[in-house]
Ligand binder design. Structure first.
Ligand code: SAH
Length: 501
């Protein structure tokens, strides 16, 4: 029984800079072996039961001894497993991928290599530095900065100093002084621009710009640490114009997302795409009511209703799952007018092939009532799937017009949040925004950190999705920093963008 090994380049760090093929290998892996430079978020894509083996130490650039890593990979493959070896950047650019490949071959283990975006090119790109440019560099050279003591034999400094192209040193921070001294000694101008790019393509990317002459001093001053790219050449000057990444509206912002993990993906994705860092601390969890016979009954008697009101994305998902489980499809709703409370509910319905007849101007119960009450008569009858902790307002007010059947589908229950982590970040002022997308996230978040710690939230910008959520925040004596005009996730994100304009 023989498995297979995929040596996969995980790219420089930005989650979306991974190849489709690499992602496929993550999804099918039985074992993932990864190190410090591969973005850990990829592990979320692994199948359940996948084993994760970390082979890098966080405190320094050192990894497990290479032969131990080789053994781990080979042994797992020999058990018949699919092993995905995730490496930062490209596996063959100073990633020891070549050695791992040779070792696998020696042990007769089939393998494939999936190239990745190397930090040498992609990392500089995110710092606004094109590695070549017709006006400034006609070649580029990627060089190890991990020098042996007798580096004279290893690197031809005179040749490098004579080149007109861009020089990129990897693993070079510890030898920065040597690198710049050697280049100057061999005749490269002291004024040559140098960029130090740390944690390139991530929300915590930081860049120091100088010249060959002063870069070492600047690096000491700023405390530059690995992983860092050293770029030497005139192309560095283009950063002033081409720095698209650090110009993103939420670049470098730490934003806490308290929504349930099941619902948070669009918010998290938007934050990350805007250059921010979404910290998922779900204060609530969605729990579908088990053995929901009421729902079964309603689905068996859909003919009794002529209106269907969806009050959240969760209601859409759970309702349609049940519909399908019972052997029905959307045609069984053909006789009904359908209402969606807001844009995300609309898009969930669109995914099911349904265009809702009613969408109120604002995503709150009051607006739903206003919208529906204009056409409803006492002959109508409404089915309303909802959260078991929903406010009664909407059901009660619609009942003044016609028959309404509310049916509870799910509960939002408290999720344990990492209290120490959040309190630690709050005390270091390391959080830029905390976002709340419902009252229950507020309540559960406050309970999660402990009501005795509520004062620690006061310095932080609390962004609320709408008036009901804001009211809950205020009931705790907390100040609402921003509330959007549109009570939606997009509106919430917009608030933070505007705040940074
Ligand atoms: N295979 C990787 C390089 C591995 S060597 C690649 O293709 O990118 C490790 C070195 O790569 C680090 O010391 C650093 O110099 C560089 N590096 C990798 N990722 C980086 C990042 N996100 N930001 C800055 N430097 C990075």
């Amino acid at each position: 029984m023989k498995g297979k090994v995929y040596l996969v380049g995980a790219g420089p760090g930005d989650y979306k800079l991974m190849t489709l093929k690499g992602m496929e290998c993550i999804k099918k892996a039985d074992v993932i072996v990864y190190d410090r430079l591969a973005n850990e978020d990829y592990l979320k894509e692994a199948k359940t039961g996948c084993e994760f083996i970390y082979v890098g130490k966080a405190s320094s650039d050192h990894t497990l001894p290479q032969d131990e890593i080789n053994d781990v990979i080979v042994n797992k493959a020999k058990e018949g497993k699919i092993v995905t070896r995730l490496k930062g950047g490209d596996p063959y650019v100073f990633g020891r991928g070549g050695e791992e490949g040779e070792y696998l071959l020696e042990h007769d283990i089939p393998f494939e290599v999936v190239p990745g975006i190397t930090s040498a090119i992609g990392g500089l790109c995110y710092a606004g530095i094109p590695i070549t440019h017709r006006d400034y560099a006609s070649s580029f050279h990627v060089i190890t900065g991990h020098l042996k003591d007798d580096e004279k034999d290893e690197i031809n400094w005179a040749a490098l100093a004579g080149l007109k192209g861009t020089l990129v040193f990897l693993m070079g921070v510890a030898n920065l002084n040597k690198i710049s001294e050697n280049l100057i000694k061999e005749g490269k101008s002291k004024e040559t621009p140098v960029a130090l790019v740390s944690w390139a393509t991530r929300y915590n990317q930081s860049v120091v710009i100088g010249t060959l002459e002063n870069i070492y001093e600047l690096a000491l001053e700023k405390g530059v640490k690995p992983p860092t790219l050293i770029a030497v050449g005139e192309v560095v000057g283009l950063r002033d114009k081409l720095n698209f990444f650090e110009d993103k509206p939420l670049f470098g912002k730490n934003i806490v997302v308290t929504r349930a993990r099941e619902q948070s993906s669009s918010l998290v994705e938007q934050i990350n795409d805007l250059g921010g860092h979404a910290i998922e601390l779900p204060a609530i969890k969605i729990e579908e009511l088990a053995d929901n016979q009421e729902l079964d009954k309603c689905i068996a008697s859909l003919k009794d209703y002529n209106h269907l009101v969806f009050t959240s994305q969760n209601t859409v998902q759970i309702f349609f799952n049940k519909l399908s489980e019972r052997g029905y499809d959307t045609r069984s709703l053909a006789h009904m007018k359908i209402c969606a409370v807001g844009p995300s509910t609309v898009s969930s319905l669109n995914e099911k092939g349904i265009k809702p007849d009613f969408v109120p101007k604002r995503a709150v119960g009051e607006a739903v009532f206003e919208c529906l009450s204009q056409t409803l008569t006492k002959e109508d009858s409404i089915l309303m799937p909802r959260s078991a902790i929903a406010r009664d307002y909407l059901v009660e007010s619609l009942k003044s017009i016609c028959k309404v059947k509310a049916i509870d589908l799910y509960n939002t229950v408290t999720a344990a949040i990492d209290k120490d982590m959040i309190l630690g970040m709050l005390s270091k002022n390391a959080i830029d925004y905390i976002t709340f997308a419902s009252s229950s996230t507020v309540i559960n978040f406050v309970n999660g950190i402990g009501t005795e710690n509520i004062d620690k939230l006061r310095g932080t910008r609390l962004v609320s999705i709408g008036p009901i959520t804001s009211k809950t925040l205020r009931e705790y004596g907390l100040e609402v920093y921003r509330e959007p005009e549109q009570y939606t996730i997009d509106g919430l994100v917009d608030c933070m963008i505007k705040d940074n304009e």
